[in-house]
Ligand binder design. Structure first.
Ligand SMILES: Nc1ncnc2c1ncn2[C@@H]1O[C@H](COP(=O)(O)OP(=O)(O)OP(=O)(O)O)[C@@H](O)[C@H]1O
Length: 257
């Protein structure tokens, strides 16, 4: 979208340009060209092993494409310092990746305290804000990860990723290890955070209902290829290939009625 008066078009938050990644003789990501607009929520879905995680890891340069390019805010990841890149790109993954020897507060404060040059007040304010946003009671501040439930640990992981104030948040099945009720409330909270902050989210999931609920665009992958990238409505009403048709067949009646 051109910005009013600026006369220029902002680059997408993330753009894959013919991105390909091989592991030995197999192709994990095959010639993917997709642009993720700033502020959008993109869910990535597909069968196990179809390249979702590899695609995500290309955004924060944990994986570099063998062919093609990945651009973050208009700059190729190959040209960016990975440390600088990861400052603007948060990463939250399945299960708990919290520092076990740090409290909840210290886990969430980890990046803000570096960025705020150890300014205690600003860091405290950031911790409080993000704990509130993910609905973690302040009584949890002094607990260690081993003293948390799975759902609480996931909330801390999300708060920690968000507290670094990334422009882009990568999430790889972040809710897969929790029960259905916690999952549903985490989904609602994430949706709310996305609406409030305008952050760009790329979210990998196996759960098609989660993909449709959260995503304003859904990227369907099949064997390394991006086979459809469209709104949930368009995916349901006009599946681009037989694989997508099979994927959504059972949901169509429920969603489009
Ligand atoms: N470091 C690696 N070394 C070798 N092969 C890899 C590596 N990482 C991924 N692969 C392979 O690349 C393919 C894509 O893997 P990827 O993890 O991206 O898929 P995925 O869609 O995220 O899978 P899942 O849904 O099971 O997590 C798979 O065949 C996988 O075995």
């Amino acid at each position: 979208m051109p910005r009013a008066g600026a006369g220029r078009v902002d680059p997408p938050a993330v753009a894959f340009h013919h991105a390909t990644k091989r592991f030995g003789s197999s192709i994990a990501v095959n010639d993917v060209s997709v642009a993720v607009e700033e502020g959008s929520f993109v869910t990535v879905i597909g069968s196990s092993g179809c390249g979702k995680t590899t695609l995500l890891k290309m955004v924060n340069a944990l994986v570099m494409p063998d062919e093609g390019s990945v651009f973050v805010q208009g700059r190729a990841t190959s040209e960016l310092d990975p440390v600088e890149l990861r400052r603007s790109v948060g990463y939250a993954i399945q299960g708990s990746v919290l520092f076990p020897h740090l409290t909840v507060e210290q886990n969430i404060a980890f990046v803000p305290s570096l960025l705020n040059k150890h300014d205690r007040r600003r860091t405290d304010a950031a911790v409080k804000k993000w704990m509130d946003l993910v609905d973690l009671p302040s009584t949890m501040r002094a607990r260690y990860p081993a003293e948390l439930s799975g759902g609480q640990a996931q909330r801390v992981g999300i708060a920690r990723a968000l507290a670094a104030s990334p422009d882009i948040l990568l999430m790889d099945e972040p809710f897969s290890a929790v029960d259905a009720i916690t999952r549903s409330s985490l989904q609602d909270e994430l949706k709310r955070i996305h609406e409030r902050t305008g952050i760009t989210v790329l979210f990998v999931t196996h759960d098609i209902d989660e993909a449709f609920y959260l995503g304003d665009r859904v990227l369907v992958m099949e064997a390394g290829r991006a086979v459809q990238y469209a709104s949930p409505h368009d995916i349901l009403s006009a599946p681009a290939v037989p694989f997508v048709d099979r994927l959504v067949a059972k949901r169509r009646a429920a969603y489009l009625s």
